[in-house]
Design a protein around this ligand. Structure first.
Ligand code: ATP
Length: 288
């Protein structure tokens, strides 16, 4: 059995520039990996079947599973006869804005590349991953990156200034399609992506905290007011920056001291079932 780590991502920025003729939104996002990961086990099967066994009853275990789709795509593209049993130990909250499914798919691509001796480059895996979902390309590389296009064009960035992250996911699932559908681009406040890149490149923690922004926040806040409450609590307990990740509902807070990290974590647990106090990973080579 080969094990691969599938870490969650957070959006330090998420901007939507316009809606394209192909109906996708043109985005500009800075994403970074955090130290909360699913563990994917891969076991080759002689009978050619793809099987999913998951620790969670809330994700599909058939061809709707993004890890299944990743294995199928490699089989179809490279004419692989072997099958695989994919075991998913789910730690990342589901439908949370943390790219859990995309990361499972990306880890499956990376792992099967080894298990089936395909010797494909990360760039090739990322290109394939984009066929499964827009966030899969970023998850193939991990680390920190500027993602453009529909999210599949990846430019690597250095690791952000060292800090801690608190994640809090209220007990609701958010439909990404519904959030994008309700977005009114003439009404949003766009984040300053350039300034965030400068903060990362100059290792300026305060500037990074000042530069977080997500155009989808107001949409999700209108649909699910409980997310606003989590954000306010996190600020009140002392986070230096607070933002919703992706289309939500997970809210993250940044802190540069471990004692404040504990204060926020303990404070939030009274309001929210799923709370995590973790490190930002930020570097590409921290994946396996
Ligand atoms: P993103 O941040 O990329 O929008 P997300 O964190 O909001 O993603 P996911 O946890 O990836 O959302 O789940 C979205 C949907 O994908 C769920 O409804 C789930 O049923 C489906 N799904 C398919 N495969 C997986 C998987 N391996 N893990 C989690 N969800 C999966």
């Amino acid at each position: 059995m080969l094990y691969v780590k599938a870490p969650a991502k957070i959006n330090l920025t998420l901007d939507v520039l316009y809606k394209r003729p192909d109906q996708y939104h043109e985005v500009e996002m800075i994403m970074t990996t955090v130290d909360l990961a699913d563990r994917i086990g891969l076991d080759s099967r002689k009978d050619g079947q793809i099987l999913i066994s998951s620790s969670s009853g809330f994700i599909p275990n058939d061809s709707r599973n993004l890890a299944y789709q990743a294995a199928q795509l490699l089989k179809d593209t490279y004419g692989i006869q072997e099958g695989v049993l994919i075991t998913i130990d789910k730690q990342i909250p589901i439908a949370a804005g943390l790219a859990g499914g995309s990361s499972d798919a990306a880890a499956t691509l990376r792992g099967l590349n080894k298990l089936w001796n395909l010797n494909l480059s990360l760039d090739t895996l990322a290109e394939l991953g984009a066929k499964i979902g827009s966030d899969v390309s970023f998850c193939v590389y991990g680390g920190t990156a500027l993602a453009t296009g529909r999210g599949e064009k990846i430019q690597e960035l250095p690791a952000p200034p060292t800090c801690w992250v608190v994640l809090a996911k209220p007990k609701i699932g958010v439909s990404t399609a519904q959030v994008y559908g309700a977005l009114r681009l003439d009404e949003v406040k766009h984040p300053n992506t350039k300034q965030m890149i400068e903060a990362i490149e100059t290792e300026n923690y305060d500037l990074m905290c000042d530069s977080v922004g997500n155009v989808l926040e107001t949409v999700t806040f209108n649909l699910h007011p409980e997310v606003v409450m989590i954000k306010e609590q996190m600020k009140r307990f002392g986070a230096d920056a607070v933002l919703m990740s992706g289309s939500g509902p997970t809210v993250f807070g940044l802190v540069d001291s471990e004692s404040r990290l504990s204060r926020i974590y303990n404070g939030l647990r009274g309001f929210c079932e799923e709370v995590f106090a973790i490190r930002m990973l930020g570097e590409r080579n921290s994946l396996d």
